[in-house]
Design a protein around this ligand. Structure first.
Ligand code: TMP
Length: 213
């Protein structure tokens, strides 16, 4: 068939506030694409299994304190640790569905008052997503969903600021989905958008690019 040498997997990122439904939608999207026969893996950031990831995990659980800039750089380093594996996977034809990426990095840190350009700088040169699926939910609604856990950022006032920061990050790769719709409707929309993206990457219609293009 018309397999081209620049055929590759797609880098698809899910973003949104805490408790917007990203994690369960990622696994639904994974099964949807698998059922269609695509090579696909589900990833997430922070990846808590690396050395850097353990430091992040302890910070999020309020078990350690870190300067706002220091934790920001750790989140970024955690993505850099996975960059070359990410590129290898994509080039070998595997689509990656990634739960949070650089946009979370910038949205959460800039919500603390850090300069947005300063926040973006350390992620410059990471692979740019082909598609960012933003699960849009009012912060109040997210807070109602089974309540927040005890992680550091799960507070209404802070999530309001994060929502505002996300608004400043929309670019051409973004699609916003109403995360208040029934789960199945959200799933269906995400599936259609992802499939479109996977198809054009497979046909070699899209070159890999770098942040922040
Ligand atoms: P998680 O609940 O999706 O595992 O994410 C943990 C928290 O870390 C979540 O509140 C978002 C936040 N976060 C950042 O502050 N910066 C980042 O770069 C990432 C990936 C997540």
């Amino acid at each position: 068939n018309n397999y081209k040498s620049d055929s590759r997997g797609a880098l698809i990122v899910l973003e949104g506030l805490d408790r917007c439904g990203k994690t369960s939608q990622s696994s639904r999207l994974l099964s949807f694409l698998e059922r269609l026969g695509y090579l696909v893996e589900s990833w997430r950031f922070p990846d808590r299994n690396t050395g850097v990831g353990l430091m992040i995990s302890s910070y999020l659980a309020n078990k350690s304190q870190l300067d706002d800039r220091a934790i920001h750089l750790l989140f970024s380093a955690n993505r850099w640790e996975k960059r070359s594996l990410m590129e290898t996977k994509l080039k070998s034809g595997t689509t990656l569905i990634v739960d949070r990426y650089s946009y979370s990095g910038v949205a959460f840190s800039s919500a603390k008052g850090l300069d947005i350009e300063w926040c973006k700088a350390p992620d410059t040169g990471l692979l740019a997503p082909d598609l960012v699926l933003y699960l849009d939910i009012p912060p109040e609604k997210a807070a109602e969903r089974g309540g927040y856990g005890d992680e550091r950022y799960e507070q209404l006032e802070f999530q309001r600021k994060v929502a505002h920061s996300y608004q400043l990050l929309h670019d051409a790769s973004w699609k916003t989905i109403d995360a208040c719709l029934p789960i199945e409707d959200v799933e269906k929309q995400l599936g259609e958008m992802a499939l479109d993206c996977v198809t054009s990457c497979q046909k070699g219609m899209k070159a890999l690019s770098l942040l922040w293009s």
